[in-house]
Structure formats: C-alpha cells, structure tokens
Design a protein around this ligand. Structure first.
Ligand code: ZN
Length: 290
C-alpha cells in the first residue's frame, strides 16, 4: 500500500516524512513508455509532490510543473489534499542518452512552478517559482524551502525499478532542546541509500538513520493514483472552446476524440453529445443572468 508517514524528533525540533509509492507509480507509468532519464525525473518529481503536499496545509490541489524545458518540454505532477496523485511528462527527440540532471533535461529556459489551487471557499490560490539551478530536483527544492519558506530542509528522492520513494527532514522554527539536533538529523538523512529508501519499511529506515534519537512516528496516510478527468470536464472544455470551434472540429473529424494525458482515458463526443452540451450551456448561461 502506498503511504506517506510523518515523524517528529522532538528534542531536535525536526520533522520528517517518508513516502513510498509503488501501485500509484505503476499506474502512472502504465500510460506512456517513458525513456529512462524522463522516467527518472518524473519519478523524483512524483515522490517530491507527495512530500510537499504533506508539508503544507491546504484543501485542494498542489501542482508542481516545469514548462519550457528542452528536451524535457513538460513535466507535471499533482497531489490533492485527499492523497490522489497523478503526473505526466512530454519530451522531444531522442533522450535515451541524456543524463537525468536538471540542467541536461530542462536546459536553461525552463521554469518550475509550484501552485496550490484550493477548493472553492478554501483560501487563496498561490504560486511560487523555483530556481532550477541545482543539479538534481531535490537540490532545487531544498533551495526553494530555504529561500521561500525559510525552512532548513533535506530531501532525498529515489527512483527504482518498480517504485519511487522520498525522505524529507525539516528544521521547525524555534529553539530546539538539542542545539545540534538539526545538523545531526540532516547529515544522517543524507546517508540513506536509495535502495534502502525504496525497499525497507519506514520503521526500519528510521531506526537505521536515527537510532540515537527518540523518533515519534505517526500512522501513515494512504496515497493513490487517481485522475481527476471526467466527461463533464471534457464538456466544459468544449464549452470554453466555443460552439463554432467545436462544431468545426466535429465536421473535420466526424467525432471529437480526446485522450487524457494523465491516465489515457478516451473520451468521444459525437454530434448528439455536442448538441446537448451547447443546449445545456445556453440554459446555464441564461440562468446565471438572473
Ligand atoms: Zn485522466
């Protein structure tokens, strides 16, 4: 079962999380044959979005997205506050031999944007831009935490054959009883082998890393792959596109065929659907006038 576990080292004023994703990672990569370096980046980002999601308080969707990169043109991973994950990537050209570093995968023009999109009535949308100057995604995100959130953080992200995993430790604000606790915890966190993070249970991982400390481990939260696409969203998109444009596409192609980029679900809109969609949308918009 895919889970994220939170833990606390009270004496050191340090919090942490361990995430391990297998079924939800399998579901993500089942949709597309990703070349190894793209798969590596996507896997790191997937573990990272789960870790980020657990560090912030929100109700809605958290999106980590890199746009405009070359050869990795687009990378997007999402988590909802319910623990539903999804993600995808697009690349161009032959990338099999490209090293899976931030610089080699994204080039110099890409931007990494973190967006929190709250559900209606659950606060303001906010967005942060993360500098992509680190060598790895975890270096970039570590720098983000230190600059934007003023929180000292260490992140380890691992991508294996069948699963992905991540470890985060973070210094909480305020004085710690154990003044050297943070330095120790962050150094210890860096000693984790990626194979350990992927394959060992969270209890064993924490025991190996912090056997000199008192660690409080909380019950894990379930995470799973779940796409938020739906027939309704496809119809809303067509309404957004407009009647004329939609009908032109229909004329050209017979039906309107749409595949979800995240889960490969196939949606077909035929002429009857289209007529219904636009008759309903007219009713809806005249209603909203009153
Ligand atoms: Zn979908």
């Amino acid at each position: 079962m895919d889970k994220i576990h939170r833990f606390l080292i009270d004496e050191s004023n340090v919090r942490g999380e361990v995430v391990q994703l297998e079924a939800s990672w399998q579901a993500l990569i089942a949709t597309t044959e990703y070349p190894a370096p793209v798969r590596q980046m996507l896997g790191e980002a997937y573990a990272a979005v789960a870790l980020l999601s657990a560090t912030i308080k929100y109700k809605g969707t958290l999106v980590v997205q890199v746009n405009g990169g070359k050869p990795l043109n687009l990378l997007v991973v999402q988590s909802t506050s319910e623990g539903h994950l999804r993600g995808m990537a697009r690349w161009s050209g032959d990338v099999d031999e490209v090293p899976a570093t931030v610089k080699d995968m994204f080039g110099t023009d890409a931007t990494l944007v973190i967006t929190v999109q709250p559900e209606e009535g659950q606060g303001e949308r906010y967005q942060s831009i993360v500098n992509l100057e680190g060598k790895t995604l975890s270096e970039c995100l570590t720098a983000y935490f230190e600059q934007s959130e003023q929180l000292k953080t260490r992140l380890e992200l691992a991508v294996g054959e069948t699963s992905v995993a991540g470890l985060l430790v973070q210094k909480l604000p305020g004085e710690a009883k154990d003044a050297d606790g943070w330095n120790r915890a962050s150094m210890l966190a860096e000693t984790i082998q990626h194979s350990e993070l992927l394959d060992l249970s969270v209890e064993v991982i924490l025991n190996r890393l912090f056997n000199q400390e008192v660690v409080r481990l909380f019950k894990g939260d379930d995470l799973r792959f779940k796409c938020s696409c739906s027939q309704k969203k496809v119809e809303d998109m067509l309404i957004g596109l407009g009647k004329e444009e939609s009908e032109a596409t229909m004329k050209e192609q017979g039906n309107i065929e749409i595949d979800c980029d995240f889960c490969n679900t196939h949606y077909t809109i035929d002429e009857v659907d289209l007529a219904r969609i636009f008759s309903e949308s007219v009713v809806l918009s005249s209603d909203s006038l009153h």
